[in-house]
Design a binder for this molecule. Sequence first.
Ligand code: SF4
Ligand code: SF4
Length: 374
Amino acid sequence: MRHEIVSVKRCSSYDRAAVQEAVDAGFALCGGIESFVKPGQRVLVKLNLLMKRKPEQATTTHPEIARAIVCALQRIGAVPILADSPGGPYTKGMLDGIYETCGIKEVSRETGCLLNDDFSTSTRYLSSGVAARQLDVIGILDKVDAVISVGKLKTHGLTTMTGCVKNLYGAIPGTTKVEYHARYQDVGLFSDMLLDICACVRPCFSILDAVVGMEGEGPSGGRARKIGAIIGGHNPHAVDAAGARLIGLEARQVTTLEAALRRNALPSFDLAGDPIEELIIRDFDIPMGLRRGSWVRMMNHLPQAFRPRPVFTHHRCDGCGVCRRSCPAKAIHMNENNRPVVDIKACIRCYCCQELCPKTDIAVRRNPIFRLLK
Ligand code: SF4
Ligand code: SF4
């Protein structure tokens, strides 16, 4: 495995010029954009567009990051296509609203870059997959020459952190993700499946939007937290490892990085650019206050009954039913007041409900016994 360079560039706001400068510098530090994309190539820029949220809510890749990558690609004569497949149906109607609210349509209008409107799917076979030997993926992947994974640095109830590897779960079409959650219930197996997707998609470059991230109940119910950096590199695991360091996590605390370590997929790397020590956030609030790798591993091996559970507060809930429809275990029903109730015995702790609730009404809480042991 080759020794990697990961660029870390300070970027304290989404000011257009500052973001462009940091993104360009990141590409340059890693050998230049032309070292991995050629003029005329169609490049899928895989954003994290988890749900219909405004950029300032820090749930989705910021449009200024998308714009800077688009401009860099267009400058060398490549053809960028902005895309994602969030939870819910993978349809034009669904994506249209998300592109608009997340500020991505405006990027397309102003730069002329394409928004993915190909909603076909395709099947890939992975002879060396560890968890998955066959994957259904979004069809646009077969129609591009290269992929850039553009993650958002956030906490995540299942994997501890989401970055550029977890971002590629969006290569799985819409509601098929629900099936995969049901199939890969163990978090270790699920993380192995994420690494299989990453190996299948093979992003040529990965960029982590860590200008403003999300702490607490991520990836959608937490708080926006300024971090002030953009990270980039050829190897998505190395980029995520640098991102984890930025928010005070060790690689083994993030389940995708733990899987990468186990599978010898995390290369050695040098950091280039600005000194990461000056950017590390030492009190970043990660889910359930878990700050030690042993805790994460232990939690993931506990029987379901003891593992952190989704809690529905009904404070902001409007009864939309997204949680019920996205529950792979069919563990949620609506009560007589049209509010969700979870059958905790049937719950497989995938946290899809928390991730997709538009009202951030669902929290993930540890078993009371373990809360005492914090
Ligand atoms: S997704 Fe959220 S707002 Fe919608 S029914 Fe479930 S808890 Fe309520
Ligand atoms: S209730 Fe939530 S966490 Fe439990 S299985 Fe359903 S979607 Fe997953």
